[in-house]
Design a protein around this ligand. Structure first.
Ligand code: NAD
Length: 437
């Protein structure tokens, strides 16, 4: 038996012993995970700085405080979310008098969480929190592309969480491939669609259900006559945080030609307010994860007209916050998810053309709109599809734990956060009780 086979067998034995099922155990794990965050804030921020030069403010907000909020919300509502849901008597006509029926959540068993490098703590431990709250045992495989964070989690998780129920397996493709050959009861993968397909194929061998949290090109529609300074400030913050390496970051803007010009100038001012005149020297601005991704993003700069930014420094894996105007659908920057600090503005005549542009492409993970017009909002909602839809403040929808977070079509399968994590990591079992006489 290989080490990984033995590990899966031992986690399965823990699950079968029944110890992960009681509410008390689940709550204790969530409280311990909360302590992992509160007691290691600085170690987490240091690791993220080493891996991504992640600004400390961003590290605390997205990778410490966000998971704590998610854990607190789960602790406050777990019992209510897990409560059986009885059916009304109108569902039971034709059955003997006294019959009752309900749905119950039960844990799935032993689950695998495979995480990416861009928010390597949040995207590892928030799914783990959901798996534990649902009463499962878990293997976490962090991304090898964020090695300091991966090592830190491998050290901290066994110190805080039940070591017989949770394990961290570090590694790259060979380790992940071996993990994927095992039988799990659920696989939760966050990352790109190419690997998502590998995960789903491997899961099919065991009929294992999967959640695929993928990415894509998330569009932003900016209506004419919208307060352009507010739009630019919110757009710049969402786009250039973590140097654009956020799955729900605005990927490109669709707007009319006159608004495009005004927006490009307002974005230049917003970027200067956020990062000063030389973002390379700003503590508030991150770096590209590695030179492979740097080369990929740098090659996309050759599209449209450079409105501002465009500076690159390969040795420092630095790409300046960049805005491109007059970008055409055929340009390189429009062929793939950018996942970097480059914002193309594509000109459209109006809403009809914007909706057609969006619908000609894969369903995105998020769609954003800036408009005061209710009809425009209603049409964007009714005539397009995306994982999430946000008006007024890009990326804020994922901070609301009672909203499901996930994609649709090419941007993913399934969702999580708050009660949706419980639904993902549980089986909803049907129960019918018919009296014997
Ligand atoms: P990554 O390269 O770190 O890969 C993710 C995981 O897949 C890692 O754990 C890695 O070890 C594993 N992996 C890589 N190659 C593999 C292979 N051949 N076989 C098996 N496993 C393999 O991360 P990434 O994919 O570069 O992350 C960026 C992508 O993730 C973007 O597309 C982004 O939009 C998406 N993303 C989505 C979300 C979301 O919540 N929906 C969040 C963050 C990132």
């Amino acid at each position: 038996m290989s080490d990984i086979e033995a590990l899966v067998a031992s986690l399965r034995a823990t699950f079968r012993s029944g110890r992960t099922k009681p509410l008390a155990w689940r709550r204790a794990q969530l409280i311990a995970l909360r302590a992992l965050f509160t007691e290691n804030r600085d170690a987490i921020a240091d690791a993220l700085h080493a891996d991504l030069r992640k600004p400390r403010r961003e590290a605390y907000a997205a990778e410490v405080d966000f998971p704590i909020r998610e854990i607190d919300h789960t602790l406050a509502h777990l019992e209510e979310w897990l409560a059986p849901e009885p059916l009304g008597s109108e569902s039971l006509t034709g059955l003997p008098e006294g019959t009752t029926a309900a749905t119950h959540y039960e844990p799935l068993g032993t689950v695998l969480v495979i995480a990416p490098w861009n928010y390597p703590v949040q995207l590892s431990l928030v799914p783990v929190a959901g798996a534990l709250a649902s009463g499962n045992t878990v293997i976490l495989k962090p991304s090898e592309l964020a090695p300091a964070t991966s090592t830190l989690m491998a050290r901290l998780v066994p110190q805080y969480l039940d070591p017989e129920a949770v394990a961290v397996v570090e590694g790259a493709v060979p380790e992940t491939t071996e993990l994927l050959a095992q039988r799990f009861d659920h696989i939760f993968y966050t990352g790109n669609g190419t690997v998502g397909r590998i995960v789903m194929r491997a899961a099919a061998e065991h009929l294992t259900p999967v959640t695929l949290e993928l990415g894509g090109k998330s569009p932003v529609f900016v209506d004419r006559d919208t307060d352009i300074d507010t739009v630019a400030a919110r757009l710049a913050d969402a786009k250039f945080r973590n140097a654009g390496q956020t799955c729900v970051a605005p990927d490109y803007v669709l707007t009319d030609p006159a608004t495009a010009q005004r927006l490009a100038s307002a974005l230049a001012e917003a970027v200067e307010r956020l990062f000063g005149s030389d973002p390379q020297t700003s503590d508030a601005y991150g770096r590209i994860v590695n030179q492979r991704h740097f080369d990929r993003i740098a090659a996309l700069l050759d599209s449209g007209t450079l409105a501002f930014g465009g500076r690159t420094d390969r040795d420092d894996v630095y790409i300046a916050p960049t805005v491109l105007t007059g970008v055409q659908a055929e340009d390189p920057v429009m062929q793939e998810e950018i996942f970097g600090p480059v914002l193309p503005i594509v000109e459209v005549a109006g809403l009809d053309e914007a909706i057609a542009f969006i619908n000609d492409r894969d369903k995105p993970l998020a769609l954003y709109g800036f408009t005061e017009n209710e009809t425009t909002r209603a049409r964007l909602a009714a005539e397009t599809s995306s994982g999430g839809l946000g008006f007024g403040l890009p990326m804020a929808h994922l901070r609301v734990p009672d909203l499901p977070f996930g994609g649709v079509g090419e941007s993913g399968l399934g969702s999580y956060h708050g009660p949706y994590s419980i639904a993902t990591f549980s089986h909803r079992r049907a129960r019918l009780d018919v009296p014997l006489n």
